[in-house]
Design a protein around this ligand. Structure first.
Ligand code: SAM
Ligand code: DTB
Ligand code: SF4
Length: 310
């Protein structure tokens, strides 16, 4: 068990020393100069009953996003093929649900998992809360990973989401891990949380049993119409501090530099890679918000000499 004091001490080190140590850890556990490319698909968009204050897909906020029910399996698999052609090795499907429904829609989800795996891609789903029998069915269909973020500290969480609890989140994570599916779990910075909340989140993540193999670190994308629309942007230096701490305390995980890249320069992103990030989401869009896109990312990887990690 990693103590809170240890995480705190690491997080508050002088930034350059912190990044230097993180890069050393990175090279011990991962090939240098390689990043995994993942592509996201929004397979069910908007009208979500939850009240996550950062999220443009909650039905409580007017954000002007596209709203549509679960996409047909064939359409999702077409998107997966396109992602593969553009170099992605992992395809992550997100649905604006509170929880995974049983029945016809779940059968379609399982078909999507099988189809994506048959293309030779890793398949990740993020669909909200999952019960044990659903996790087992997802595992049997071949799901590689399930994304379910803790988002922030248990302490700050009720200021961001009131329609479900931190314990609910931990319960789903437990169900996923028990079914043998890789847990992808991370958070968002820039929602008004303190450094201490970030330390608490990192401490909770590192002490999950088993620790997450995949950790997305999102910078808030403040979307007009959401309660967090006026949050000041997170600096790349803050992001690099969180990533470097995550790299040191979760050495084996793939750390994903997730939402927020559109606003970052190549140098900002380079700093995050140096701090230990080794994955990005590629494509024009994340779920509903813009992402740098294929040309910008091709140029980024070329400038830094990074090659895709399978
Ligand atoms: N509904 C499911 C759930 O909440 O678990 C899955 C989809 S949800 C959109 C996936 C994750 O996207 C959230 O947990 C959150 O971390 C991230 N996210 C959503 N909106 C964001 C925003 N505006 N900026 C950064 N990250 C965001
Ligand atoms: C994660 O942690 N970040 C991705 C993925 N998991 C599903 C989603 C980011 C969404 C950003 C807001 C949007 O585009 O709607
Ligand atoms: Fe719904 Fe997920 Fe958005 Fe929360 S983060 S409002 S659960 S889609």
């Amino acid at each position: 068990m990693l103590s809170l004091e240890t995480v705190q001490e690491i997080y508050h080190r002088p930034l350059l020393s912190l990044i230097f140590t993180a890069q050393g850890v990175h090279r011990q556990y991962h090939p240098p100069d390689r990043v995994q490319l993942c592509t996201l698909a929004n397979i069910k968009s908007g009208h979500c009953p939850e009240d996550c204050k950062y999220c443009p897909q909650s039905r409580r906020y007017t954000t002007g996003i596209d709203v549509y029910p679960l996409l047909p399996v064939a359409e999702v698999l077409r998107q997966a093929e396109r992602a593969k052609a553009n170099g992605a090795t992992r395809f992550c499907m997100g649905a604006a649900w509170r929880q995974v429904p049983d029945g016809e829609e779940f059968a379609a989800i399982l078909e999507m998992v099988r189809g994506v795996r048959a293309l030779g891609l890793e398949a990740c789903m993020t669909l909200g809360m999952v019960k044990p029998h659903q996790a087992q069915a997802l595992a049997a269909a071949g799901l590689t990973a399930y994304n379910h973020n803790l988002d922030t500290s248990a302490h700050f969480y009720p200021a961001i989401i009131t329609t479900r609890t931190y314990t609910d989140r931990l319960e789903t994570i437990k169900n996923i891990a028990a079914a043998g599916i890789e847990v992808c779990c991370g958070g968002i910075i820039g929602m008004g949380e303190t450094d201490h909340d970030r330390v608490l989140l990192l401490h909770t993540l590192a002490n999950l049993n088993p620790p997450p193999r995949s950790v997305p670190i999102n910078a808030l994308v403040p979307v007009p119409g959401t309660p967090l629309e006026d949050q000041p942007p997170v600096s790349a230096l803050e992001l690099a501090r969180v990533i470097a701490t995550a790299r040191i305390i979760m050495p084996q995980a793939i750390i994903r530099l997730s939402a927020g890249r559109k606003q970052m320069s190549p140098s900002d992103q380079a700093l995050c890679f140096l701090a230990g990030a080794n994955s990005i989401f590629t494509g024009e869009k994340l779920l509903t918000t813009p992402n740098p896109g294929t040309d910008a990312d091709r140029s980024l990887l070329a400038q830094l000499g990074l090659t895709p990690l399978c």
